[in-house]
Write a protein that binds this ligand. Structure first.
Ligand code: GDP
Ligand code: MG
Length: 177
């Protein structure tokens, strides 16, 4: 803003990646609009949503990008990753194949990013305990070995969704401020 001393604004691009149907779009809609869709099809329309946080009296804007379903064809483009300072790398705790894909997503992120990226490994759908296919320990251990933050979330019941995004945004802020 023009009239005060606290007007130093930050804008951070954050990308959400991971296999199809792990819940990427619902994580974003839960975070940005507190909405969940049980029958969500491939994302239509919106490329990103913006959330504003206040950190240390500064206005911090997170521009959070969602794929438009192109991950189904392993066709996420370099434009999607360009300029990203943070990433949520998502698998579904009830589907092991999506966890097995994580190293490939991390490779792709590394290939396409020009800066250090704050990364959160996200095990989504933790409400599905009864059909869990990946243990918490496995998630933690992969995160540790790759130097990522880790959280299990549920876009359905809201568990840790805000926390996961906020940790990434704060980490980026700490890196650049
Ligand atoms: P995307 O392809 O990664 O964007 O996944 P979507 O957000 O479209 O979600 C795919 C499916 O998983 C949809 O049917 C969602 O309703 C469902 N889903 C997403 N998040 C959760 C969650 O946390 N728990 C449960 N039980 N289902 C979820
Ligand atoms: Mg989607």
């Amino acid at each position: 803003s023009s009239s005060d001393d606290e007007g130093e604004d930050y804008l951070f691009k954050i990308v959400i990646i991971g296999d199809s149907a792990v819940g990427k779009s619902n994580l974003l809609s839960r975070y940005a609009r507190n909405e969940f869709n049980l029958h969500s099809k491939a994302t239509i329309g919106v490329e990103f949503q913006t959330q504003t946080l206040e950190i240390d009296g500064k206005e911090v804007k997170a521009q959070i990008w969602d794929t438009a379903g192109q991950e189904r064809f392993r066709a996420v483009t370099s434009a999607y990753y360009r300029g990203a300072f943070g990433a949520l790398v998502v698998y579904d705790i009830s589907r092991r194949s999506t966890f097995d894909s994580i190293p490939r997503w991390l490779d792709e992120l590394k290939t396409h990013s020009d800066t250090a990226v704050a990364k959160m490994l996200v095990g989504n759908k933790c409400d599905l305990q009864n059909i869990r296919d990946v243990s918490v320990e496995e998630g933690k251990s992969l995160a540790e070995s790759e130097g990522l933050f880790f959280m299990e979330t549920s876009a359905l019941d809201s568990t840790n969704v805000k926390k996961a995004f906020d940790v990434v945004i704060r980490e980026i802020y700490n890196n650049v401020s």
